[in-house]
Design a binder for this molecule. Sequence first.
Ligand SMILES: NC(=O)c1ccc[n+]([C@@H]2O[C@H](COP(=O)([O-])OP(=O)(O)OC[C@H]3O[C@@H](n4cnc5c(N)ncnc54)[C@H](OP(=O)(O)O)[C@@H]3O)[C@@H](O)[C@H]2O)c1
Length: 274
Amino acid sequence: MIVVAGATGHVGSEVVAQLAAAGEPVRALTRRPDAWQGPDVEVSRDDLSGARAAFLMSSEPVAPGGTPTRLAELVARALDAGVGHLVLLSVFSGPEGADVIGRWNAAREALVVDSGVPWTLLRPGRFFSNALAWARSVPDGGPAPVGFARRAAAGIDPADVAAVAVRALGGDLVGAAPRLTGPESLTPLDELRLLGEVLGRPLPARELGPDDVARGMVAGGTAPEVVDAILARTLGSDEGVDPLPTVRELLGREPRRFVDWARAHADAFGAVPS
Ligand SMILES: NC(=O)c1ccc[n+]([C@@H]2O[C@H](COP(=O)([O-])OP(=O)(O)OC[C@H]3O[C@@H](n4cnc5c(N)ncnc54)[C@H](OP(=O)(O)O)[C@@H]3O)[C@@H](O)[C@H]2O)c1
């Protein structure tokens, strides 16, 4: 039995689907088990009993001065249940940086590494699924709001992050912390153009300046200290810009391209399945 946290999310849903397709017994964790619409697997809020391995993630926002309580709870439950391998979805930069984000991610990774349980840390770059932020404007033909519009990154398909997680959950990559990217470096404006090519029409963009992005994040509840750190990291470094060979090395195939993701998710942008 493998337990998957965040099982309705971009990465977790793919982990569940890939494990279930391989015939592996799976328990999916979600805050709303009644609303489960995924494959026919066990579903629970937080039961890790009987699991030989667990995929751990938590979407709790970075809290200045706080600690990652949801992840701490999951690790404690895994310890109680005697889970044999913890695979954590972390971030590209891992624990790097003395800012609030570095401290938070260091605390998250330490919860797993210091647990005494064999571990794997996955450190992916920007997710292609961030483009779903345009799913409201694109179907109506309105301009898509594009933040950090010209900041390139070697983004990754969450399905590829999941594929590496599945390999680890099979008992591999113990003690490893691979950085994972897609095959090419694209700006958000490149991604919008490629999405337009998939949908068969050009998509207008409304570029957001750093101040617009910051105002939006603060309005959405992100702490100002965290917003400052995000801006400094995104605009003041080349973190995650260059494609890495890790996904190819780990999976024995090329990582999926943004257009592959866009084709697979075209319905989210109003495309009628052909
Ligand atoms: N986006 C990126 O570019 C990127 C890049 C690298 C790393 N990451 C990391 O990847 C993780 C996110 O992965 P993901 O995109 O697969 O997750 P996700 O889809 O955003 O969320 C996963 C699940 O978490 C639950 N959830 C959502 N918001 C929550 C909240 N406020 N409190 C508690 N639970 C909540 C939801 O499940 P239920 O409602 O079913 O409980 C959701 O389906 C984060 O740790 C992030 O730092 C992201």
